[in-house]
Design a protein around this ligand. Structure first.
Ligand code: SAH
Length: 517
């Protein structure tokens, strides 16, 4: 079989190539470096074996020979092997050596280039490595063996070029680097850019000069860029509204992390915390199954969550059973779940809350005199959910079959999740049950200083528990709540830690929904 030498890019999963993503998505084994972002590794199927061959300071890590042998052995098996390396596999990645070892053993391989830190890290920190009139070229060197006499880098010559010098693996030797370049004639005032964790949520860039480089505290991995371009400041990942924030995302244990991805896009480091679990309703789903078997008897089918829609669709054997019924969805996520099942909802209210659904709902038809057939609505929702839709529809003259489609249960947070909460800047609540789940798992003292809520029902649950809400979505979707938090972030206002009160001294905050109060 073929071994694919795939470049994972510098961190941001959006910078992985399409070909890389495709190969990862069907890999049996992924042999990866330490620097590869976990969100990129998450693209491998759950069944894939992940082998970490990363080098760690102070730990025994496999030698390059051992890695080569492992790849050859795996390549001889009948399996799809991805050798995933940070950045580009052939830029200081020893990918060339692995390719040669595979070729020597007669194992076929293919290289999938990646976006290299050599250019991408500077770019995402607002510096182009070439710029008309400023730098007409760039050189990429390793700072790793700088002290060795045979390092292979001619610093004298390098210092004389007007090219930008990009130094990878140069953190520990940065004072020697500055010394060499100054010694070879570069001005002490030459601008220098240092970028730590480039393109990753914790990206931090600083600008200094050759004279200032040695005195800068720098953590690996970092890229050092020397040259006049380093004084440019174009748009940077650090300009994103939640850059530098740690944001806790509460969600159901099984749900996808679309919310996490959006929060990360806005620049934050995401702490995922599953606080609720979606499980069968108390009757094991019997009522839902029964209702799904006689959809023809309903005039309307009403769904108030994507979970409810998914569960109902799973019970429906033939989409034609819906033919006689109109379908209403409380919001776009619910509507999308229906569409995935081939059902286009007839009604989605303008604002995505139960009250609006009721307001937009038609009145029940006046019964034909003498008819004893009631106008029936099926409302499939979470066990124990609010009565607002059921009561509202009954008020419109409908006979409502309220059926529990699922139940949300709280899950216990493990020690690691609780530790991850410490120092978090914000939390996003996407339902009242995530508020309750969070409080049960972590308690009010661990509620981060900034709280964002998806809508008024969720905010009310938070306020009732003594939690101040700082940002509430005006469109009650995950996109809307992330936007509300970003709007808050743009104002760069971070309330003090411990701003939340305990439930016993709560006065309901007026206008708790006011964004950025
Ligand atoms: N093959 C990789 C480079 C491997 S050498 C590539 O093409 O990107 C590893 C060095 O790359 C690190 O020591 C650091 O200097 C740089 N580097 C890799 N990822 C980085 C990141 N996210 N931010 C800053 N520098 C990074």
């Amino acid at each position: 079989m073929t071994v694919y030498l795939v470049g994972a890019g510098p961190g941001d999963p959006g910078l992985l190539t399409l070909r890389g993503a495709e190969l990862l998505g069907r890999a049996d084994v992924v042999v990866h470096d330490r620097l590869v972002d976990p969100r990129v590794l998450a693209l491998a199927p759950p069944s894939a074996r992940l082998v970490d061959v990363g080098k760690r300071v102070g730990a025994v890590s496999p030698s390059q020979d051992q890695v080569n042998r492992l790849l050859v052995d795996l390549g001889r098996e009948r399996a799809a092997i991805v050798r995933l390396k940070g950045g580009d596999p052939y830029v200081f990645g020893r990918g060339g050596e692995e390719a040669l070892a595979l070729a020597a053993a007669g194992v076929s391989y293919e290289v999938v280039p990646g976006v290299s830190a050599a250019t991408a890290v500077a770019a995402c920190a607002g510096v182009p490595v070439t710029h008309r009139g400023v730098a007409s070229g760039f050189v990429v060197v390793t700072g790793h063996d700088m002290a060795a006499p045979d390092s292979g880098v001619d610093w004298e010559q390098l210092a004389r070029t007007r090219c930008t010098i990009v130094v990878l693996m140069g953190v520990s030797q940065r004072s020697l680097l500055a010394e060499r370049l100054i010694g070879a004639g570069r001005a002490t005032t030459t601008p220098v850019l240092v970028v730590e964790r480039g393109t990753q949520p914790g990206q931090r860039s600083r600008r200094t000069t050759l004279a200032g480089l040695a005195g800068l505290d720098v953590e690996s991995p970092a890229t050092i860029v020397v040259g006049e371009v380093a004084s440019l400041r174009l748009s940077s990942y650090e300009d994103r509204p939640l850059s530098g924030w740690r944001v806790v995302v509460t969600r159901a244990a099984s749900s996808s992390s679309a919310l996490a991805a959006l929060v990360a896009r806005a620049g934050a480091t995401v702490v995922e915390m599953p606080v609720v679990e979606i499980r069968d309703p108390p009757d094991g789903g019997a009522a839902l199954r029964e209702a799904a078997g006689r959809l023809a008897s309903y005039e309307w089918v009403v769904l108030t969550s994507a979970n409810g829609a998914d569960r109902l669709l799973a019970e429906v054997r033939d989409a034609r059973s819906f033919a006689g019924a109109q379908v209403a969805a409380v919001g776009p996520a619910t509507a999308d779940a229906l569409r995935r099942g081939g059902i286009v909802p007839d009604l989605v209210p303008g604002r995505f809350v139960g009250e609006e659904l009721v307001a937009a709902f038609p009145c029940a038809p006046t019964p034909v005199t003498g008819s004893r057939v009631p106008a029936l609505v099926l409302l499939a929702q979470a066990a124990g959910a609010r009565r607002v839709v059921a009561d509202g529809l009954a008020g419109l003259g409908w006979t409502v079959d309220v059926v529990a489609a699922y139940e949300t249960a709280h899950v216990r947070a493990d020690e690691a999740s609780l530790r991850a909460l410490e120092g978090a800047d914000a939390v996003v609540f996407t339902s009242a049950s995530t508020v309750d789940g969070f409080l049960e798992a972590a308690g009010i003292d661990l509620v981060p200083p900034v709280v964002a809520s998806i809508g008024p029902v969720t905010s009310a649950a938070a306020v009732a528990a003594g939690i101040t809400v700082h940002a509430e979505a005006s469109e009650h979707t995950i996109g809307g709540v992330v936007e509300a938090l970003c709007a808050f972030g743009r104002e760069r206002r971070r309330p003090e830690v411990g701003a939340h009160r305990r439930p016993d001294d709560v006065t309901v905050a007026p206008g708790a929904s006011g964004v950025g109060r």
